[in-house]
Structures are given as structure tokens and as C-alpha cells.
Design a binder for this molecule. Structure first.
Ligand code: PLP
Length: 389
């Protein structure tokens, strides 16, 4: 290594994403079935694609204001009111970002400083810990339990709170567990959040994929709304991963600060994609509903089949992942996935890629056709004949 000393050691020491590491191996093999990626398999609905094309045709290809097109922010705020009964003002409380990814990054970098602790319920989406570490803060894992539906309980939160706690990250419906938090679940932790004066970063990117009941945003709780930063985006609900459009909803004071980072490092989200997003948020409810029904059908199928072949799998209440326990095989998550890829040409993600609480599990995405899911189940069944107990 010629730049070892010169390169920022925090970056040097970051572990590459456990998902990527695994898929670099998978893509090199032939005839691999992959249920690894968290990306809807539907083509973006035509009326949404058409708006991106129209924008390019009409020459709407210049920078927008830093916060994003006002019409899009109006659409986002009326969507949050309409769907989740939370009120935000398009001028004061909203920034359009480059996916939920940028939103998480700039919100966290605004809130946390060197030496702060950020509570991260794990297993968790892989980007959070890396971003927290890059901001010089410490990740404090709150280990979620399968038997508690992977929810954050007041007891578990109390156990990890310290005077240095600056924020907690909540991601419900969750990647990788598919867990959700209901209004009643949130009501139990809101007093603690209020009392300890921590910020809440709530990543609601899978909100539209809530299978039982309706998604509840923790921003509904007035007593902590000012301390809550909502992250959301278009990737998952509208099958628009490549458009890279997301957003932040938060108190004006926070938005003003977050905007400083956004304006220096990004300027604005891609303009034609913002036009496509306006179409999605204003006229995309029917598409969301159709994709939702398809995901729900796949979820019901895969959970039933995994349990039938002997992998204990709880019924996820949201998102498009199942998180079966692989303990019956006696293998570690990593060994399970390596052997499955090697011997059956099937790629899934080891649970420990999402934090140590994920050991003993694997993440399987069902954002794939039923046909592929069926083939994958056959492979898993063969695999368990060798390794199941
Ligand atoms: C929980 C969660 N948050 C955020 C993202 C990032 O989404 P995007 O940047 O495409 O909006 C993902 C993507 O997988 C995710 O699973």
C-alpha cells in the first residue's frame, strides 16, 4: 500500500459492506440465483418514466434550487399528511436529496460530532454504522431480538442510553428484519427519547410496504417531533432505485443546517428525476398498491416454504426481506452463505453483515419473481438435506 499513512484512517478501517463483498464473489460464478439485493424487480411505471423523458425533451436539465423543486416538496408534504397524518411545510421542513442514502449521511453529519454516541438497533441496514463512524462518532449497538419482533423496547433503550447519547436510528419497516413498530410500540419509547433529549433519525423508506395495519411515523408524536428527522425516498415504493431521489423532513432549524452540507456537496438532486418524482408522488398510489400486493403474495409464499423446509422464519410485517434463523444447521451465517453459494449456486446475505445481532440468521430478499423464489427454495431444500439437523 503506497498511501497507507496518508489516507484517513477512519476510512481505511471501514469494513467493506458485507453484502457487496459477498456479491463480488456471486457475480463471478455462472448460473447463480441471487436473492440478495434489496431492489424492487418492477420496471418503473411508464407515466413516471415519461415525466423524466419529458423533462429532458423540454430542456429542464438545469440546477434546481438547493432544496429541490417546490412542486416536489409540496407533493412530498401533502403525501406525508395524506398517508401518515404528519404535517410539514414545503418551504421550511423539506429537502430533496440524492436518495435516502444522501439524506442519512447529511442528517447524521449535521447532528453528530466527534465523541458522540449514536444508538443503532441491530441488525441494521449497512450504511448507518459506516456514516456514524465517518462522522467521528461511536456506534452503540442495541441488539434487537427475534422473539420481540425486532422492536426497540424501553428496557433495551434504557440499557444503552448514556450522557453521551446523541441520537437513535430507527428503521421501521426494517431492513434486514422486516420488523415494524406500531403506534403503541412507539408510545412506550417516546417518553424516554423526550427525557434524554436525543435526536431520532427515522428511516421510513419501506413505509409503503407495511403488510399488517398502517405505517406509523414516530414524527406523529408532537412531543418529540422537533427532535425527529424523517428520511424517505422513491427507490423502494415506486421502484425508482436508479433515479436517486429521496428526502428529509425535519424542523426548520435542522433543515437550515442540513441544507448547508447538501448545498456544498450536492447542489441539488438530478432535475429530470425530480420531475419524475413529482409524477410518482402525486399520481403513483395505484402503482404502489399493485407492487405492494405482489410483495405480500411473495412474502406469504416464501415464509410458508422456508418454515416447511425447516428454516424457522418469523413472518415479517414489512419491507421485502425475510430473516430466517439458520441455527438448525450449526453453521455460522458466513459459512452457511459461502457453502450455499458454492454448492447450490444460490446467493443470500449473511445476517452478521448487519451487525453481530444478525449472527445465526441470513437475509433473503423477495424482491424477485415467484419463479426465482421457487427455484431458490428447491436449492435451499437440497442444501438442508445435507446440513439441516
Ligand atoms: C433501510 C434503507 N435505507 C435507505 C436505503 C437507501 O435507499 P436509496 O438511497 O436508494 O433511497 C436503503 C437501500 O437499500 C435501505 O434499505
Amino acid at each position: 500500500m503506497i498511501f497507507d499513512e496518508e489516507i484517513n484512517q477512519v476510512v481505511r478501517n471501514l469494513k467493506p459492506s458485507g453484502i457487496r463483498k459477498f456479491f463480488d464473489i456471486a457475480v463471478k460464478k455462472k448460473n447463480v440465483i441471487s436473492l440478495g439485493v434489496g431492489e424492487p424487480d418492477f420496471i418503473t411505471p411508464w407515466h413516471i418514466r415519461e415525466e423524466a423523458i419529458n423533462a429532458i425533451e423540454k430542456g429542464r436539465t438545469f440546477y434546481t434550487g438547493n432544496k429541490g423543486l417546490l412542486e416536489l416538496r409540496q407533493g412530498i408534504c401533502s403525501y406525508y399528511k395524506r398517508r401518515f397524518n404528519v404535517e410539514y411545510d414545503p418551504e421550511d421542513n423539506c429537502i430533496v436529496t440524492v436518495g435516502g442514502s444522501e439524506a442519512i449521511d447529511i442528517a447524521l453529519r449535521t447532528i453528530i460530532k466527534q465523541g458522540d454516541e449514536v444508538i443503532l438497533p441491530t441488525p441494521a441496514y449497512v450504511a448507518y454504522a459506516a456514516i456514524i463512524e465517518m462522522a467521528g462518532a461511536k456506534v452503540v449497538e442495541l441488539e434487537l431480538k427475534e422473539e420481540e419482533g425486532f422492536k426497540v423496547t424501553p428496557e433495551a433503550l434504557k440499557a444503552v442510553l448514556t450522557p453521551k447519547s446523541k441520537a437513535i436510528i430507527l428503521n421501521y419497516p426494517g431492513n434486514p428484519t422486516g420488523g415494524i413498530m406500531t403506534r403503541e410500540d412507539y408510545a412506550k419509547i417516546v417518553p424516554l427519547i423526550k427525557e434524554s433529549k436525543i435526536f431520532v433519525l427515522t428511516d421510513e423508506i419501506y413505509a409503503e410496504l407495511t403488510y399488517e395495519g398502517k405505517h406509523c411515523s414516530i414524527a406523529e408524536f408532537d412531543e418529540i417531533k422537533d427532535r425527529t428527522v424523517v428520511i424517505n425516498g422513491f427507490s423502494k415504493s415506486y421502484s425508482m432505485t436508479g433515479y436517486r431521489v429521496g428526502y428529509i423532513l425535519a424542523h426548520k432549524e435542522l433543515i437550515d443546517m442540513i441544507l448547508k452540507i447538501h448545498q456544498y456537496v450536492i447542489m441539488c438532486a438530478t432535475t429530470p428525476c425530480q420531475y419524475a418524482a413529482i409524477e410518482a408522488i402525486n399520481n403513483g398510489d395505484k402503482d404502489v398498491e399493485e407492487m405492494f400486493l405482489s410483495f405480500k403474495q411473495r412474502r406469504n409464499y416464501i415464509v410458508k416454504e422456508l418454515n416447511r423446509i425447516g428454516l424457522k422464519t418469523h413472518m415479517p410485517q414489512g419491507a421485502f426481506y425475510v430473516f430466517p434463523s439458520i441455527r438448525c444447521t450449526g453453521l455460522s451465517s458466513e459459512d452457511f452463505c459461502n457453502k450455499l453459494l458454492e454448492e447450490e449456486n444460490l446467493a443470500v446475505v449473511p445476517g452478521d453483515a448487519f451487525g453481530k445481532a444478525g449472527e445465526g440468521f441470513v437475509r433473503i430478499s423477495y424482491a424477485y419473481s415467484l419463479d426465482q423464489i421457487k427455484k431458490a427454495i428447491e436449492k435451499l431444500e437440497d442444501f438442508l438435506k445435507k446440513y439441516g439437523k
